[in-house]
Design a protein around this ligand. Structure first.
Ligand code: ADP
Ligand code: MG
Length: 396
């Protein structure tokens, strides 16, 4: 069912509270915004509201201030970046609720943009406190949720406030739901999922839910060790989730029952240490020595995966193939990103790290969709309902 969007309501002259997810990564040393793709992703919604003469009130969280004011997590730099990107002035409120903010809202003119302070400076935000939600609601006539990346959290600014105002989805929310929704309901076949990342436990819900829908599953990343171990292979020092070994076996069996090829690497890159200057070696999965770590998928695996993926019409990728933060261990992940950017298929990238790599390699515009919500897209593809989505009314 499609959600009502900003196009389904009249916003002219109205005060419109827009929840965006501008929780952008900040450089640990300088505090500068290191990737502004989340801000860019909500520009269509903000532009539309400005063009249709709404008074735009933006609100977001940034980082994890845990309910108190943290100077480094003020929204000002984010508001400035937005202003640069959109080419319009963006004024900043001293807080996200209260008298002073209400006064700022009162003087807004049509097409003006006001950015509220970090909502997570208040503990009531994450507690989804109804009184706090009402205070937010008092600022506006209409609520727009464009924060797909936070939709899996039932907070005051994502769920609570929607009970007190007419609520609709923004364009980013709409795009994300469409891209992810198509994967669940109507993917073009053959449909492949490539799953990587750190742990089986993070992705088992995803694997389990997608198994019924896909034609082939390819596994890389840290979780490879648990699957190999479950099949009796030596995996050295690689992280094995011992309590997930039986689950790993079960998933392999389930895939067999669904007749879904479950591809694990055939060769891997190993190292004795996990650091930039470590010596690496490519070995078959049958030759992993007890004193080494699996740090990436190997070249034969890259070729095998590439050959399979080239046959597919839909590819969903979530999670890096190796410890990509260390350049020597990033080959598998980078090759995969490159391949996906060039195949003739619908390519959907979910997962925070995977999206980050694609952005960094400047391949995002060559993919069908790169999700702005790692956790949210994961939950969605697990088959869970997202509280921030559920609260928004359907069309018609
Ligand atoms: P995403 O954010 O894309 O969903 P995850 O958060 O699940 O991905 O996992 C990302 C992490 O997985 C990265 O920090 C990466 O270093 C780690 N990782 C990938 N391969 C391995 C491996 N072989 N051993 C240990 N960690 C790995
Ligand atoms: Mg992650």
């Amino acid at each position: 069912m499609q959600k009502k969007t900003v196009k389904d309501i009249d916003v002219e002259g109205k005060r419109v509270l827009v929840r965006v997810d501008f929780n952008v990564p900040l450089d640990v040393n300088t505090g500068a915004i290191s990737d502004d793709s989340r801000i860019r992703a909500s520009l269509p919604t903000i532009n539309y509201l400005v063009e249709h003469k709404a008074k735009v009130i933006l609100c977001s969280h940034l980082g994890r201030p845990k309910g108190r004011v943290v100077e480094e997590l003020r929204m000002a730099p984010v508001a400035q970046r937005l202003s640069q990107l959109i080419g319009l002035p963006v004024s900043i409120a001293p807080d996200c609720v209260g008298r002073e903010v209400e006064n700022k809202v009162k003087v807004l003119k049509e097409g003006d943009i006001l950015f509220l302070e970090n909502v997570r400076f208040h503990p009531e935000e994450e507690a989804n406190d109804p009184h706090f939600a009402q205070e937010l609601a008092r600022l506006a006539d209409i609520y727009v949720n464009d924060a797909f990346g936070t939709a899996h959290r039932a907070h005051a600014s994502t769920v609570g406030v929607a009970k007190y105002l007419p609520a609709v989805a923004g364009f980013l929310m709409e795009t994300e739901l469409e891209a992810m929704g198509n994967l669940l309901s109507a993917p073009a076949h053959p449909f492949a999922c490539v799953i990587g990342g750190a742990k089986v436990s993070d992705k088992m819900g995803l694997v389990q839910n997608m198994l019924k829908k896909l034609d082939i599953l390819l596994i890389g990343g840290g979780m490879v060790a648990t699957f190999l171990k479950a099949q009796g292979y030596e995996v050295g020092h690689s992280l094995v989730e011992r309590d997930k070994l039986s689950l790993a076996k079960e998933l392999l069996k389930e895939a067999e029952e669904w007749k879904v090829p479950f591809l694990l690497p055939i060769d891997v890159v190993v190292a004795k240490e996990i650091k930039a200057e470590a010596k690496t070696k490519v070995v078959s999965i049958t030759d992993i020595s007890p004193d080494s770590y699996i740090v990436d998928i190997g070249p034969q695996t890259i070729e095998l995966f590439s050959n399979e993926l080239r046959k597919c019409h839909t590819i969903m990728w979530n999670g890096p193939m190796g410890i990509y933060e260390i350049p020597q261990f990033a080959q598998g992940t980078r090759s995969l990103a490159k391949l996906l950017s060039a195949v003739n298929a619908t390519t959907i990238i979910g997962g925070g790290s995977s999206a980050e790599i694609v952005q960094e390699m400047r391949l995002a515009n060559k993919m069908t969709h790169v999700s702005t919500g790692g956790g949210a897209s994961l939950r969605f593809l697990e088959g869970a309902t997202l509280p921030g989505v559920e609260i928004l009314p359907d069309k018609g």
